[in-house]
Write a protein that binds this ligand. Structure first.
Ligand SMILES: [Zn+2]
Length: 103
């Protein structure tokens, strides 16, 4: 029933995992540049850390969504139990909240 959504989630999961790997690799890179470059690098690092956090957060939501699909709990609002509209699920497949609760 949610095959299309599951496919979407799987694809997004792979994308995110690749991105997380990329971010973590560049965050680990040693600083061996002059002072000015190091300052820029540090700024980049903050951006990367923030990016990393939001990527991981989305990944976690995707894992949860896939789990809910597996357990036939998918498509119901985690807050009020209402059905989440298919349109919303297709737009934000990792959501666990109906449109009313998300707002
Ligand atoms: Zn709700």
């Amino acid at each position: 029933m949610y095959e299309k959504i599951k496919e979407k989630l799987d694809k997004r999961k792979e994308e995110l995992q690749a991105l997380v790997n990329k971010v973590e690799t560049s965050a680990r890179r040693k600083l061996d540049k002059d002072f000015e470059e190091q300052a820029i690098e540090r700024q980049n690092e903050e951006v990367l850390t923030a990016l990393d956090n939001s990527l991981n957060e989305e990944l976690e939501q995707i894992h949860e969504a896939l789990y809910r699909i597996e357990k036939n709990m998918y498509g119901k609002c985690a807050n009020c139990g209402a059905e989440i509209g298919e349109k919303r699920l297709l737009a934000v497949p990792h959501t666990s909240l109906c449109i009313n609760c998300a707002e």
